[in-house]
Design a protein around this ligand. Structure first.
Ligand code: GLC
Length: 432
């Protein structure tokens, strides 16, 4: 554990603002200096959530800047590249070649993949917490058609299993890039070797694994980012409980936002019901939600923090909530960790306290789980998660992730998500 002087709330808040200001690049906030120099999809939604109570305009600009990269298909890309530093990250625009695709936005280079659809939830959070109601309502009216298009894309092009859920077509789409959940589907891909420059913090997958990730992205690119190819030929298609739990929660809040845009909330509530039914029928197994590999038909044998995503649904049946909370509190997750919430079940052979998404705790998943627990009235655990997360950043700084046993920081420093969500936690340390 790095020795740091005790940090009070005011100093912690000031520190969070200085990270967000230093990582600002035009309307966007990049995830971290150096390592991630562009605008990332779910990172920006977390930044908007963290800014929501203080700066409606900046939170709105963050979301609008990201959605400027939205494709005509409705897909919101996982990276929107900043023109000044195009090749400062691998794979950069010359790999994705988005501009060769007629569906991509004019002039804005992006990746060809997406990330968890937290956008409606972030827009709702901004609207809910904004001091200036008019400004927030105007923002919602601008965002609404983009969010509708995004959800329609997921419900059509990404329902690859035909059961009402959206499939991810690359591990990078999960936001939990190196999770052991992807080991089996990625292990089934051909072994390849590329020579490329990639800066990764220690703790990422071996090169051979990363090479398969790149190969998978190139295959999709070479199809012309084609929807029929995804259905028929693409070798990676997984229904992930966190991705779909987030989508469900976003559908529910989109129903609340619809009247502000003069639209009917009904279709969003129907979509939420379809996703709930899909989650229960297709992913519930052995007391948790598990990712389904559509190519092998198998459910993931390993439980991770993603298993709890469907708890974001207020309509999840109480018996399922109880089971999930039991698992979360048990020594499999929080019960044997010093700090919430390990990204992988501690007893799993794949658990590794130091490797990305294979053990370390993240502020963003803690925030999502805390929201899920609040939705189900588990104030005791909401407090525990909030306090445990603040303890992490107080002790180790705004790191990308943290050792779940001793709380030491891992990955990049000055990480925008961790800073932004700290602001939200500081403002609301008890309930939601
Ligand atoms: C890593 C993380 C992902 C995040 C990205 C940018 O790829 O796994 O969750 O969006 O970095 O911070």
């Amino acid at each position: 554990m790095e020795a740091r002087p005790a940090v009070d709330d005011a100093a912690l808040g000031r520190g969070a603002w200085s990270v967000l200001d230093a990582n600002r690049a035009g309307a966007a906030t990049v995830p971290a200096p150096g390592l991630y120099p562009h605008q990332w999809n779910w990172d920006s939604t977390f930044v908007a959530i963290g800014l929501a109570r203080w700066n409606t305009r900046r939170a709105g600009a963050e979301l609008l800047g990201l959605l400027a990269g939205q494709w005509r298909t409705g897909m919101v890309p996982h990276i929107v590249f900043r023109p000044a530093r195009t090749e400062a990250y691998f794979p950069g625009p010359s790999v994705w070649r988005s501009r060769e695709n007629p569906a991509s936005p004019n002039g804005t280079p992006t990746s060809g993949l997406t990330q968890p659809p937290l956008h409606a939830l972030a827009a709702w959070w901004v609207w809910r917490h904004a001091a200036d109601r008019e400004e927030a309502a105007a923002l919602v009216r601008r965002l609404y058609p983009m969010l509708v298009a995004q959800h329609a894309y997921l419900a059509t092009t990404r329902d690859l299993g035909g059961g009402g859920l959206a499939a991810i077509v690359h591990p990078w789409e999960s936001g939990m890039d190196d999770s052991p959940v992807w080991d089996a589907p990625v292990g089934a891909l051909p072994a390849v070797r590329y020579a490329y420059r990639r800066e990764e913090p220690p703790g990422c997958h071996s090169d051979s694994h990363q090479d398969r990730y790149v190969w998978l992205a190139l295959r999709y690119r070479d199809s012309g980012y084609d929807a029929a190819y995804l259905r028929e030929d693409h070798p990676f298609a997984v229904e992930d409980p966190m991705f779909n739990g987030i989508w469900l929660a976003s559908c529910q809040v989109l129903a609340e936002l619809a009247p502000l845009a003069g639209a009917d909330p009904g279709p969003h509530l129907e979509a939420a019901e379809r996703i709930r039914a899909g989650l229960l029928e297709r992913l519930w197994s052995d007391g948790v939600f598990r990712a389904r590999d559509l190519r092998s038909g198998r459910l993931s044998p390993v439980s991770t923090v993603g298993c709890f995503g469907p708890m974001l649904d207020p309509g999840l049946p109480a018996d399922r909530v109880e089971k999930l909370v039991g698992v979360l509190e048990s020594p499999r997750f929080m019960g044997a960790a010093g700090y919430p919430v390990p990204s992988c079940e501690i007893r799993a052979p794949q658990f590794d306290r130091s490797r990305y998404w294979r053990g370390p705790s993240w502020v963003n998943t803690n925030w999502l789980l805390r929201l899920a627990l609040a939705v189900h009235g588990r104030t005791d655990l909401v407090r525990l998660l909030g306090a445990g997360t603040l303890r992490l950043v107080r002790q180790a700084g705004f790191r990308e992730c943290f050792d779940p046993f001793d709380g030491s920081g891992r990955g990049s420093g000055d990480f925008s998500c961790s800073a932004a969500l700290t602001l939200d936690l500081l403002a609301d340390n008890v309930g939601i």
